[in-house]
Design a protein around this ligand. Structure first.
Ligand SMILES: Cc1cc2nc3c(=O)[nH]c(=O)nc-3n(C[C@H](O)[C@H](O)[C@H](O)COP(=O)(O)O)c2cc1C
Length: 74
């Protein structure tokens, strides 16, 4: 099992409903691909843990990395 953890500053301010929508959507999507983990939003930044098949995580992270709602520190 592969694990990936990142922290990324959000581009906009996420209020609770917006974060809940993102968390519910990502959780439901990840279940379909056998990915588990968690997503946290605190003080303007996300912290996400992704666990599962290495290739699946790499593909998902490539998509997350270009999401304009946050900026990833490389
Ligand atoms: C902080 C953050 C974390 C995200 N995490 C996931 C995730 O774990 N799984 C997922 O499917 N999408 C996640 N997304 C959303 C993806 O970046 C992307 O918008 C989503 O996969 C839709 O892709 P699609 O247009 O190919 O359907 C996340 C977005 C942000 C901003």
């Amino acid at each position: 099992m592969h694990q990936l953890i990142y922290v990324s500053p959000a581009v906009m301010n996420f209020a609770k409903p917006e974060f809940m929508e993102l968390a519910l959507h990502t959780g439901a999507e990840n279940v379909k691909f056998g990915i588990t983990g968690m997503l946290v939003f605190k003080n303007g930044s996300f912290m996400q843990v992704l666990e599962g098949n290495k290739e699946t995580i790499k593909t998902l992270y490539a998509k997350i990395a270009v999401d304009p709602r946050h900026t990833l520190v490389s």
